[in-house]
Design a binder for this molecule. Structure first.
Ligand SMILES: [Zn+2]
Length: 268
């Protein structure tokens, strides 16, 4: 993932319109007086996962059920078409479903507005029979562009999860932003990490969990932490990491919520 490119892209728009023209700092209401965390999955199967492994998400769903957790599954549109029984499985276990694009083509997100708009419309079309909650989105490879924000707003998306690398004012903690375009508002939930650093062995599972623990302890805010089913299912180490992370969150009484738990009101 090229963070510098991502940064440059956003920075360009910030230079033109200024920080406050594109973003407004806001807050997501806390359900209780504890920090709250969205656990989410980028659900891609063969449409985005770089390695070919048997995907049986019931193993993950069992862990969630055992811990009484509902997570958000950012699901690639093509999965609705090819694996409808998997979607039923998510719905039957009361998981929340968001969009991880229709095609899972990260390059599309830097192309023109119409291509992004068409991709979002296709995702909405293939998911429309399922009566999903408020529309939420996480882009392939965590990409962001001004055209993507514009297209998400005009297609009625209300929440986006993005890495906070570039949405973090110097010296401050992670911030929730509201993108605004005319009457459409899109709330950004800061993603503080996923399973990638553990998978690529840049951090040990324990160090990654400690890092999350430190960030969350800083303030009563809302954060997102992500996973990939294909990573968790590729080796027992990662499934253990997932369970240990859940235990840490529970130990601190952190509320685990989904986008279905949020109201559609203006939060600020
Ligand atoms: Zn992905």
């Amino acid at each position: 993932m090229n963070y510098q490119k991502l940064l440059d892209n956003i920075q360009r728009h910030l230079d033109v319109w200024g920080y406050n023209a594109l973003f407004r700092e806001t807050g997501i209401p806390l359900q209780n007086k504890h920090p709250q965390v969205f656990l989410y999955f980028d659900y891609e199967r063969e449409f985005g996962a770089p390695i070919n492994i048997e995907i049986d998400i019931s193993i993950i769903l069992d862990i969630l059920k055992k811990n009484n957790i509902k997570a958000t599954w950012f699901t690639v549109g093509k999965i609705f078409e090819r694996y409808p029984s998997s979607i039923e499985q998510l719905i039957n276990t009361k998981q929340s479903i968001g969009s991880h694009s229709y095609e899972h083509n990260p390059l599309l997100l830097y192309k023109n507005y119409n291509m992004i708009d068409q991709d979002l419309k296709k995702w909405k079309e293939c998911s429309k029979h399922y009566n999903l909650g408020p529309l939420s989105y996480h882009s392939p490879q965590n990409r962001l562009s001004y055209n993507l924000i514009k297209a998400l707003c005009s297609n009625g998306f209300q929440h986006i999860v993005i890495s906070s690398v570039f949405l973090r004012k110097e010296g401050s903690s992670f911030i929730t932003f509201r993108f605004h375009r005319k009457q459409n508002k899109l709330y950004q939930i800061p993603m503080i990490g996923d399973d990638w650093l553990v998978y690529t062995k840049k951090l040990s599972p324990n160090d990654q969990i400690k890092k999350f623990e430190d960030i969350i302890a800083q303030s009563n805010k809302t954060y997102a932490i992500g996973f990939h089913p294909w990573i968790l299912l590729s080796d027992k180490t990662y499934l253990n990491y997932f369970s240990d992370l859940i235990n840490m969150l529970k130990k601190h009484n952190i509320d685990l919520i989904t986008f279905d738990d949020l109201t559609t009101n203006d939060y600020s």
